[in-house]
Ligand binder design. Structure first.
Ligand code: BGC
Length: 449
């Protein structure tokens, strides 16, 4: 273990936490008036999720939230980030509020506060109401109003107790995987779905953030981005340019318009098609002065020029082919990537606080008599947290770090095989066991390591 790593080095105001998402953990997909989401729909279709797994029960967090929040407390984690399922609040995405859904999140929030745990709420972690998808979902510009209305309801019902908000989780992933590649819900493909979705997502983030600010002037409002450090495969110009294009798509596509820099269309010319969806007056509604930026990092990508990949003319060189350590997701383990993305995102607005709202890893965990000795995950966390410290010591305004994730859960199209949790879940019995990594994080947060 890295003896130099001590919580004190980060200062007393550094926020340590753990992150989850509604669809990946709650289960109870039809309980208490919950409506159907695009992920309920997607997981019910053949061939979309590995082994045909669904999230009907997942970790049963809906019923077991007290037990899980108790475990958060046991691990000395002071901040808990979770998301609200739109379809519990508004089963059809709009219209009547479902009081039982409100009650559920009130219970979760209140229980956190009773246990001395600060709730950090993500308004949208990918589970769009299916009723809205039937009307075009994110490709329909009306979504700006639907989403803003939903976000306003969240602020009105929960804002007296929730002080930290994240408008969206990783727009880059749900737009790219869900509306371009078809790998995630709702399984749409092609530029004609992707381009309007990008623009409507930006407008929705801003509109919802403005409403949150209006309803809750004292709240801290942020949003989160997926970020991977990008490097060219070689120093050849064509690989360098390919890496720049991938960087534009994976890292810059959402943060830049929100900061008033516009879409990175010069790098990826196919993005110029977004212009068609930008209406007069939109420019003023594409930027918001967030209180913080949430960045989520898991790896780095090595990029090579490719003539055969339309629009981006680049491909990722798979980690498994590069003879580097990998995770169960096939991602390279590369702690400096977190430092690099911190530097990259801090450069936009050095004054702006950054929170790492997700960082974590899936490895093959084996349950033994001594529990789960996931030493690789312990090392992953230690080495990544060390990179955060390095960036902080160099002046990056990084204010918090949240581990992804609390319990093993439903990993989207990958199902249950990749286990990211600090806590092992036996999905047959729902038995929870804190892994060595959870014990280590707990000790670290107590100040014992
Ligand atoms: C998402 C999580 C996901 C994690 C690991 C992030 O992209 O926000 O929902 O489980 O990465 O893949």
């Amino acid at each position: 273990m890295d003896n130099k790593l001590n919580k004190k080095l980060f200062g007393d105001d550094f926020a340590w936490g753990v992150s989850t998402a509604a669809f990946q953990t709650e289960g109870a997909c039809t309980k208490d008036g919950k409506g159907r989401s695009i992920w309920d729909e997607f997981t019910s279709k053949k061939g979309k999720v590995l082994n045909g797994e669904t999230a009907e029960t997942a970790c049963d967090f809906y019923h077991r939230y007290r037990e899980d929040i108790d475990l958060i407390k046991q691990m000395n984690i002071p901040n808990f980030r979770f998301s609200i399922a739109w379809t519990r609040i508004l089963p059809n995405g709009e219209g009547e509020v479902n009081q039982l859904g409100i009650d559920h999140y009130n219970n979760v929030i209140n229980y956190c506060l009773e246990q001395g745990i600060e709730p950090w709420v993500t308004i949208y972690h990918w589970d769009l109401p299916q009723a809205l998808e039937a009307k075009g979902g994110w490709t329909n510009r009306e979504i700006v109003g639907w989403f803003t209305n939903y976000a306003t309801i969240c602020a009105q019902y929960f804002g007296d107790r929730v002080k930290h908000w994240m408008v969206m989780n990783e727009p880059g992933v749900f737009t790219g995987a869900g509306y371009f590649l078809g790998l995630h819900a709702p399984g749409r493909t092609g530029l004609r779905n992707y381009l309007p979705t990008i623009h409507h997502t930006v407008l929705s983030i801003v509109s919802a953030a403005k409403q949150l600010r209006y309803v809750l002037p004292d709240a801290t409002i942020g949003t989160t981005f997926s970020c991977s450090h990008i490097e060219p495969y070689s120093q050849k110009t064509r690989d360098i340019n390919a890496a720049n294009r991938v960087d534009a798509l994976l890292n810059r596509l959402f943060i830049e318009p929100l900061l008033g820099l516009g879409y990175p269309m010069n790098e990826v010319t196919a993005l110029k098609g977004i212009n068609k969806y930008i209406l007069p007056g939109d420019e003023a509604n594409m930027t918001f002065d967030f209180d913080f930026i949430g960045i989520q990092n898991y790896t780095r990508e090595i990029v090579k020029f490719s003539l055969f990949t339309p629009y981006v003319y680049a491909r990722l060189v798979k980690a498994v082919k590069r003879n580097v350590p990998t995770t169960l997701m096939g991602w390279e383990v590369h702690p400096p990537a977190l430092y690099q993305v911190l530097k990259q995102f801090a450069a936009y607005r050095p004054d702006k606080p950054i929170y790492i709202t997700e960082n974590g890893v899936a490895f093959e965990d084996t349950l033994s008599d001594e529990g789960i000795l996931d030493t690789e995950r312990v090392e992953f966390l230690q080495t990544h947290i060390s990179e955060v410290l390095k960036a902080k010591n160099e002046g990056v305004n990084v204010k918090g770090y949240f581990v992804w994730t609390l319990t093993d859960n439903f990993e989207w199209a990958e199902g249950y095989h990749p286990r990211f949790g600090l806590i092992h879940v036996d999905f047959k019995t729902q038995r929870r066991t804190i892994k060595a990594s959870g014990r280590w994080y707990g000790k670290f947060l107590k100040g014992d390591s």
